[in-house]
Write a protein that binds this ligand. Sequence first.
Ligand SMILES: *[C@@H]1O[C@H](CO)[C@@H](O)[C@H](O)[C@H]1NC(C)=O
Ligand SMILES: *[C@@H]1O[C@H](CO)[C@@H](O)[C@H](O)[C@H]1NC(C)=O
Ligand SMILES: *[C@@H]1O[C@H](CO)[C@@H](O)[C@H](O)[C@H]1NC(C)=O
Ligand SMILES: *[C@@H]1O[C@H](CO)[C@@H](O)[C@H](O)[C@H]1NC(C)=O
Ligand SMILES: *[C@@H]1O[C@H](CO)[C@@H](O)[C@H](O)[C@H]1NC(C)=O
Ligand SMILES: *[C@@H]1O[C@H](CO)[C@@H](O)[C@H](O)[C@H]1NC(C)=O
Ligand SMILES: [Ca+2]
Ligand SMILES: [Ca+2]
Length: 608
Amino acid sequence: MMYTIWRVVGITIGVTAVVGVVVGSLTWGILANRGPPPPELKPLDWWEHTVIYQIYPRSFKDSDGDGIGDLKGISTQLDHLVDIGIGAIWMSPIFVSPMVDFGYDISDFYNIQAEYGTMADFEELVKKAHDLGIKILLDYVPNHASDQSEYFKRSLAREPGYENFFVWADPIIDPNNASNRLVPSNWISEFGGSVWEWSEIRQQYYLHQFAKEQVDFNFRDPAVRNEMLNIMKYWFEKGADGYRLDAVVHLFEADPNDHGGVYPDEPLSGNMFLNPDQAGYTTQEYTKHLIELYDVLYDWREFADGWKDENNSETKILLAEAYANITMTMLYYGVEGGRDGAHFPFNFELINSLSAKSSARDFVYVIKRWLTYMPSGRVANWVFGNHDKNRMPSRFRTNMVDGLNSLSMLLPGVAITYQGEEIGMRDGYVSWEDTVDVAACNQGNPDNYLEYSRDPARTPFHWDNTTNAGFSTNSTTWLPIALDYTEINLKAQKEAKRSHYKVYKSLISLRKQPALSHGSYHIQALSENTFILIRHLITHDTYALLFNVGSEDDTVDLDNVTLLREPLTVYASSVHSSRVDGDTVPWGERGRVTLQAGEAIVLRAPPT
Ligand SMILES: *[C@@H]1O[C@H](CO)[C@@H](O)[C@H](O)[C@H]1NC(C)=O
Ligand SMILES: *[C@@H]1O[C@H](CO)[C@@H](O)[C@H](O)[C@H]1NC(C)=O
Ligand SMILES: *[C@@H]1O[C@H](CO)[C@@H](O)[C@H](O)[C@H]1NC(C)=O
Ligand SMILES: *[C@@H]1O[C@H](CO)[C@@H](O)[C@H](O)[C@H]1NC(C)=O
Ligand SMILES: *[C@@H]1O[C@H](CO)[C@@H](O)[C@H](O)[C@H]1NC(C)=O
Ligand SMILES: *[C@@H]1O[C@H](CO)[C@@H](O)[C@H](O)[C@H]1NC(C)=O
Ligand SMILES: [Ca+2]
Ligand SMILES: [Ca+2]
């Protein structure tokens, strides 16, 4: 209960800070002397304050020299994950797939892709990880199946039970020419072109919101919903601790029954930067964020919770991938006073709304927005990158790596790390000839493919400075190794006195501190470019992150930040900082602190 009150206090201060436009003139800290002694710390469920590490299996570690990462490779590198201190791994899809979209086009949801290994390899990975205290999250791809799947073959053949497994539609007859068939609607796929693909066999169109080889399931068919539960159950039985739910905003499309028997055209969005065959040229109002999808999601949650209760197992978690506006995103948590949804929807605000150009106040605003909109009693999460987005140092500045990693570690809730962020890996260079991402191949040309390509964020992990960065012994790898691997690699960073790896590791271990797991948060811009994030819990050490997100030196005043008491010592600092761990930050000149461009320091202050 007290815990909640403290959090509410944190939010109140946050809101005040937004309103109190005059930067740095806020008085804090009356709080410190208020209220009864500290509450018992509420025990947290395993996932509520964990760090989740996303592995892109194809690019993590190749164990057999074919140039492609695999499950045995992951098993052999679990020590690295134990060493840095993460609590769970989420693996991008490892199931049988023709690899049109590198595993997001699944042809057999119940088996492992041969190039990644065998079921025995998977079982061994689960066992090893669990023995080391690491949870395993799988990627659940409910929206679509590969056109090579049995489901699709059966549906093509109109096999009983499978006729409506996918979204089939008759052609529209051209009023001017009866032998010309037209697509059922003007909907555009995420990878470009119509969502409708003609099938000679069924003499009908099928719908695909991604590549034409990724056929959308028909979630209005109860048989589909049932099969999804079978899949979820199957991998729970194999030991999966939860799922990341892929592309859930696309689960439903408008129902012709609600539109006079036709698939309604979408109005044009008016976005003049897009071609008529690009997603977003129309409003997507009939293809994304349909309200029906939430009930399906809430059913999955009920299933996962039922599993836990009936089998007295640890919590199975569901994490929703939903690029949506803030209100639609928050609905993925569930309905207040109603059904639960995902344990959390991924927070993509740090990716979508912040960049190298953002000011301190932009950071503060975007962070508070999530925490303010989040329904009460839910758990926040922080994501700076994934396999679909340019890498974090490439979107921001390379001198911001430690500050960004520190920020996600110090904020309340779950921190999510995409493989390589712990060593500050940047986008790799992938030429047009080497490009394999379907999004870039479908929509791009040699001049503009990098606007679409997700390959640069997917180049293999840099283990060391040997051939292929220690990723593979093969002379060629499925994607080229980024050229900067001799400079940026795990081994070098372990040996260096200071490195991104060392900052990351020290920040993860700081998460055990009660102020981080249970404390209130206070975040405020101190100047145009520098903000402070404080985690505070009465009678425990207070921790504060000072982060200059600008591109010049900046001096800020800690005068009125009364939650901080002397002596202030440096717990961690950016690799390029002149401050070292254990340094005292002199309060002498009444708390003036200068930070270099991109510099972040994490300070420890005694209890208040
Ligand atoms: C600190 O607060 C006092 C009182 O509100 C104010 O006069 C002073 O300017 C503030 N100092 C800074 C550096 O903002
Ligand atoms: C090396 O990779 C290529 C494909 O990039 C593959 O054809 C070849 O068989 C691999 N070599 C070995 C030894 O697996
Ligand atoms: C009618 O459509 C068919 C099929 O697209 C095409 O081959 C034919 O030329 C069209 N006829 C006229 C008169 O446009
Ligand atoms: C409990 O676990 C068993 C397998 O261990 C599974 O078959 C069963 O469906 C689970 N219970 C629920 C409620 O899902
Ligand atoms: C969010 O999206 C939904 C559905 O697309 C729309 O109805 C709503 O107005 C949007 N809200 C905001 C705040 O943009
Ligand atoms: C590779 O790294 C080792 C230390 O791990 C270092 O001694 C060596 O000089 C490096 N070689 C190159 C080519 O950078
Ligand atoms: Ca391999
Ligand atoms: Ca769909």
